[in-house]
Design a protein around this ligand. Sequence first.
Ligand SMILES: Nc1ncnc2c1ncn2[C@@H]1O[C@H](COP(=O)(O)OP(=O)(O)OP(=O)(O)O)[C@@H](O)[C@H]1O
Ligand SMILES: [Mg+2]
Length: 255
Amino acid sequence: MRDEAGDAPPSIRTRGLRKVFRTGERTVEALRGVDLEIPEPCFHAVMGASGSGKSTLLHLLAGLDRADAGEIEVGGRRVDRMSEADLTLYRRRAVGVVFQAFNLLPTLTALENAAMPGVLDGRPRAECSERAALLLRELGLGDRFDHRPDALSGGEQQRVAIARALHFSPGVLFADEPTGNLDSASSERLFELLGGIAAERRMIVLVVTHEANAAVRCAAATILRDGAVAGGFTTEGLDADDLAARAAELARPAR
Ligand SMILES: Nc1ncnc2c1ncn2[C@@H]1O[C@H](COP(=O)(O)OP(=O)(O)OP(=O)(O)O)[C@@H](O)[C@H]1O
Ligand SMILES: [Mg+2]
């Protein structure tokens, strides 16, 4: 079951995307005209120095914040033109998001956390639990339904967050440094899992990462520099060192 926006094959396109943050006297141009095109299902990395605008870009694509200018098209729908009501449904059903900090509700079990999007959407509880149970089993958490987040490892918590994000079978999954709180072994397993999700579910999985040895598992990488796309490349034939070198070259400040 793919909902509304998800019916179209997943794709992402932005044109001239700009975002300015104003705090007191200070103005930060976080995005200064991002042009991005991911035309089909793909496991895709976004890299770049700290402050280059990676999280800001993901937030705009996921409908968590509004751009100041530019176009965003996801699955053929213009996200930048959506009303607040449409944007709420888009966030909930058409895309999934996972963060570095997992962001699970601490008082709820794994099953209840994974069922949450359906419950918030007003669907019958039994249906939501059934869907959550199916996803948790698929993600290898069949024996963890009743565990609260503090009784789960970091890798397990992140998989619950992924189950929650996949509740409505979105066409796109955004992950912002999803392995930032994991050790390197769990980190590798999580990237393998995300790659499998992109391939098997025919999704775009767009993942922000600083780790070249994780990013090599992606099919392609886009590098941001100073709020714009500095370039991109496919990872075919690259090892982690090659990828780190190419990313660093593109991320280097222009003179
Ligand atoms: N809510 C905000 N208010 C003010 N400035 C912000 C806000 N969010 C981000 N910024 C600024 O916008 C720029 C881009 O930030 P962003 O978080 O997108 O970077 P990033 O590439 O994700 O960095 P990191 O790798 O450290 O997570 C930075 O200069 C940051 O300080
Ligand atoms: Mg960030």
